[in-house]
Design a protein around this ligand. Structure first.
Ligand SMILES: NC(=O)c1ccc[n+]([C@@H]2O[C@H](COP(=O)([O-])OP(=O)(O)OC[C@H]3O[C@@H](n4cnc5c(N)ncnc54)[C@H](O)[C@@H]3O)[C@@H](O)[C@H]2O)c1
Length: 392
């Protein structure tokens, strides 16, 4: 076993993880189909694993979500939470509208009422692609779910929804922390040029933290195309022109910027650091030879295909994988549900405590990934998981 693996702090106790077969890339522990009366939508909850009867994951609402996609996402949650040494299993919920949503509140209320036994029974369901914090507040209320009443959870001095709203940058904060720690480990001390693919909740928060650390965002991409300024984009102004789903209003852009239409124009922009914070497989095998940045950060889930990750490493790029870097939101919630965050702190103290813990965990895992990669590992995430007796 190489040195990196001998030094875990607070390693996850795998004896408590319940999984259909933790050593195999196998089916989830259970998949539940929900019927949503009077709603034109299908819905499922997939639980990949539990620890002490607890599991957690987001609720995805897209026109294409299905149990197979949810199974892969729930498995990724198991990996993410285990690598953060959090004693809770991975889950994911999905809502697939069969047509126009109509009354969104009614849909979320019904989802909460139907999922109530699962939520009350230890399966935490948060937000994910297609659902927002207001939706979550609605289905929590309908399920009679209150994180503060989960047995053994950290006691909060503040409403959970208010606290979470104030921490809404936490995943982007973690992504930026991973990037900054890696630059520091590489001995980089000068401002770096950053390209961000995805300008949603994760991309915007990561951009603000990276700019605050003295770096320059030279391009951002959303679903419509890429916006570039080699002299540095005004990130705050761009944020003011961006709607809640992460689309930038082209009509309000400063005249200094260049706009490129089309998919993947962001790949052509010269950069030192590429942060991916949008769709799955944004970098696949066909894109690898076009990647110009030395460091690629996988802020979105499965932003780089598995073969592309290996090819990037072989070509000398540093790759910071999703399950290590985008754990901020999950870690924040997981630490409260499992009660391993001190109770009774004021909101600012709780926020500082959690940011410090998340940042230390992410820095440590990035260092381990890099150490494994430098020692020739073809798949450092698989090695870290194997040390916890979990298959990819
Ligand atoms: N929000 C979180 O806390 C969180 C936590 C863990 C993982 N993630 C993952 O991070 C990724 C981003 O999440 P988010 O919450 O910021 O999403 P979001 O919906 O808020 O924003 C997505 C952004 O990506 C852009 N986009 C979509 N398709 C694109 C494409 N083909 N090319 C370029 N840009 C494209 C959108 O225009 C938007 O700017 C997702 O993979 C999500 O599952 C999010």
């Amino acid at each position: 076993m190489i040195n990196a693996l001998d030094n875990y702090e607070g390693q996850h106790d795998m004896s408590r993880l319940l999984h259909s077969d933790p050593t195999q890339a196998s089916s989830p522990l259970f998949t539940t189909t929900l019927s949503l009366p009077d709603c034109n939508a299908d819905a499922w909850v997939v639980v990949d694993s539990t620890v002490n009867g607890l599991a957690m994951g987001g609720t995805r609402m897209t026109a294409t979500v299905d149990p197979t996609e949810l199974g892969a996402l729930a498995r990724a949650m198991t990996h993410k939470l285990a690598l953060a040494d959090l004693p809770i299993g991975g889950a994911k919920a999905g809502i697939c509208p069969r047509g126009p949503i109509g009354d969104r509140d009614a849909l979320m209320r019904t989802f909460g009422q139907v999922a109530r036994p699962l939520m009350q029974g230890g399966v935490y369901l948060g937000c994910d692609q297609g659902t927002n914090q207001a939706d979550r507040d609605t289905f929590f209320a309908a399920a009679g779910y209150d994180i503060a009443r989960v047995p053994g959870a950290t006691r909060l001095n503040v409403e959970w929804s208010d606290f979470y709203r104030n921490m809404s940058d936490i995943t982007g904060f973690g992504v930026a922390t991973a990037a900054l720690a890696t630059l520091e480990a590489q001995g980089v001390r000068t401002p770096q040029r950053i390209v961000l693919q995805g300008f949603g909740a994760v991309g915007r928060a990561a951009a603000l933290h990276l700019v605050a650390a003295g770096h320059q965002v030279v391009a951002v991409a959303d679903v419509l195309g890429t916006i570039e300024d080699p002299a540095g984009l005004p990130v705050q102004t761009l944020i003011e022109c961006t709607d809640t789903d992460g689309t930038i209003d082209r009509g309000r852009l400063p005249s200094s910027v260049r706009v490129h239409d089309g998919d993947r124009a962001w790949l052509k922009v010269g950069a030192d650091l590429l942060v991916l914070a949008a769709n799955a497989d944004a970098v696949d095998e066909s894109a690898v030879s076009s990647v110009r940045a030395g460091i690629v950060v996988e802020g979105g889930n499965m932003s780089i295909s598995r073969p592309a990750r290996r090819l990037l490493r072989e070509a000398g790029h540093i790759v910071l994988p999703d399950v290590v870097v985008n754990v901020g939101g999950a870690a924040l919630t997981g630490r409260i549900i499992t009660g391993i965050t001190p109770s009774g702190l004021t909101a600012p103290k709780l926020s500082a405590w959690l940011r410090d813990w998340i940042s230390r965990k992410i820095k440590r895992n990035c260092a381990l990934i890099q150490e494994l990669s430098d020692s020739g590992s073809p798949d450092p995430v698989a090695d870290l998981l194997a040390d916890r007796n979990i298959a990819l």
